[in-house]
Write a protein that binds this ligand. Structure first.
Ligand code: AMP
Ligand code: ZN
Length: 112
């Protein structure tokens, strides 16, 4: 999608601190980290929000979570939080599905 920030990052039109890439997944560090380690794992396919994940995407999203775990391990974080924000009220600001991975500090529950 031409007007999407993360599609532009995936295409290389906007620079990012890349951690991982394969044919269907891209991961990079969050520009405003909320923890010592904070990165985003993104499907290359433009899906606007978690609610728009379709049945055909189940394998993709499962793999995305698995890869998030592998990157977390490489980053040396044993305990971490995985977050999908869905909709503005939940804090979603970029409307291209992305999994936040946050670690390297103690987490509180519930999140604010
Ligand atoms: P969300 O608020 O869940 O939609 O998450 C969007 C995330 O994208 C935020 O944590 C932002 O800090 C992050 N972000 C925005 N622009 C960039 C960028 N150019 N490079 C890396 N992360 C970004
Ligand atoms: Zn997009």
């Amino acid at each position: 999608m031409t007007d999407c920030l993360f599609c532009k990052i995936i295409a290389g039109d906007i620079p990012s601190d890349k951690l991982y890439e394969d044919e269907e997944i891209y991961a990079f560090r969050d520009i405003h980290p909320q923890a010592p380690v904070h990165f985003l794992v993104v499907p290359k396919k433009h899906i606007s929000c978690p609610a728009e994940i379709g049945g055909d995407d189940e394998q993709l999203i499962g793999r995305l979570i698995r890869i998030a775990g592998h990157i977390a391990e490489k980053e040396g974080i044993e305990h971490y939080r995985l977050v999908f924000n869905n909709g503005e009220g939940a804090g979603q600001t970029v409307f291209h599905v992305h999994l936040h991975v946050l670690g390297g500090r103690a987490m509180t529950w519930p999140p604010g």
